[in-house]
Design a protein around this ligand. Sequence first.
Ligand code: SAM
Length: 304
Amino acid sequence: EAEEDNSKSAAMPSVIPGWFSEISPMWPGEAHSLKVEKILFQGKSDYQNVMVFQSSTYGKVLVLDGVIQLTERDECAYQEMITHLPLCSIPNPKKVLVIGGGDGGVLREVSRHSSVEQIDICEIDKMVVDVSKQYFPDVAVGYNDPRVILHIGDGVAFLKAVPEGTYDAVIVDSSDPIGPAQELFEKPFFESVARALRPGGVVCTQAESIWLHMHIIEDIVSNCRQIFKGSVNYAWTTVPTYPSGVIGFMLCSTEGPPVDFKHPVNPIDADGALSKRPLKFYNSEIHTAAFCLPSFAKKVIDAK
Ligand code: SAM
């Protein structure tokens, strides 16, 4: 009987009447749920299932392969941190590459930096770009910046073709390592990132949750320590609609002018460039605080 119950629940669709539940082998035994007001879009691209729904408390929600990518209410906590942690840590970033990030939120944040001259983005799935422009105009507004050049394709292949030393900063805004983003968590990818950066250039990659994915984080950290000869750091932020409510970032620099990620040298003015949309989450104090780790995580990360 118990077996029968299990098979019933495994077959249950992730949209149960009135609620969306985020069920994945990446977080077994738990599932965060949001109440659905209305499903606005459902499609299948060459790479993944794409869904947008109106939630009752977090605004519109973008879901890829059953996993929440962003909600209107808390996307600021992710987009601002993944962008300004690296860009505020170096003086005068000029050339920036975003891998993934098809929603455009990271572009919106990069565009606050007036020193930046060129923003390349390589997103694998055009459907994510189109859907974001249609349903998330306040996020996809990043595409309106004339410095942005959109490349539709695999980020792994794109980076291999980049001439050595091209970028001041690379931001990897990927989905989880199940599906098209898998290679973005592997050693050869980090090697291409390091090659594509100028000496003293910086990378910031989405690096999962200290509550759920310590084994993945350990692998990323040990790969990065071998590849990035400048500095290697782990930071984190809170995002209520991500599994466990936290998400981390791996921040590394290549050999060259030293980068002290914990002390931003390029602070961003909260009332600056995009004054129509002030920063909601990031400030210089939270930048420094993001690198303080709970003891259990610090122990594992420092040992790698
Ligand atoms: N900011 C949200 C977050 O933290 O989860 C959104 C993540 S963003 C939408 C992740 C993007 O990475 C997706 O649009 C996905 O299509 C893209 N992606 C996955 N694998 C990729 C690859 N190999 N190359 C380029 N983009 C990829």
